[in-house]
Design a protein around this ligand. Structure first.
Ligand SMILES: [Fe+2]
Ligand SMILES: [Fe+2]
Length: 134
């Protein structure tokens, strides 16, 4: 499984597009590792993906605070929900090293969520940020 970065919707702010492209790179690395790497390499790729998501979400939240974005709480709440879900998935992986289960979570939950989140909350947020005077 690989995600084509050109399938990821673009938003009105470059730093967010850069973060989304980086997320795709790390996710594809994780898929590759799941196919050919050892458990330790999967641990590393999974941690890198999680870490990048935490930083990417924090960068969006920082900008939402800066511009007093009204639905900040809602967007941040969605980030927190997904990070919590990813932490649980990491614990699950540590407990059973089930590659099919992790692969299925990434493919059937993370990718659809990611595309939907960019198409909705990130798109609206980017529009507000881009229209806000510096
Ligand atoms: Fe985003
Ligand atoms: Fe977001």
């Amino acid at each position: 499984m690989q995600v084509d970065v050109t399938d990821i919707p673009q938003v009105a702010v470059d730093f967010m597009n850069d973060d989304h492209a980086e997320a795709v790179t790390l996710l594809n690395r994780l898929f590759n590792t799941l196919e050919t790497g050892n458990d330790h390499e999967v641990d590393g790729a999974l941690s890198s993906f999680y870490q990048h998501n935490a930083e990417h979400f924090a960068r969006e939240e920082e900008q939402m605070i800066r511009i007093n974005f009204p639905p900040y709480t809602c967007h941040k709440g969605e980030h927190e929900r997904v990070l919590q879900e990813m932490r649980e998935t990491q614990q699950q992986w540590q407990a059973n090293h089930d590659r099919a289960e992790l692969n299925s979570y990434l493919k059937n939950t993370v990718i659809p969520w990611f595309v939907n989140h960019i198409n909705t909350m990130d798109t609206v947020t980017a529009m507000f940020i881009s229209q806000h005077c510096a």
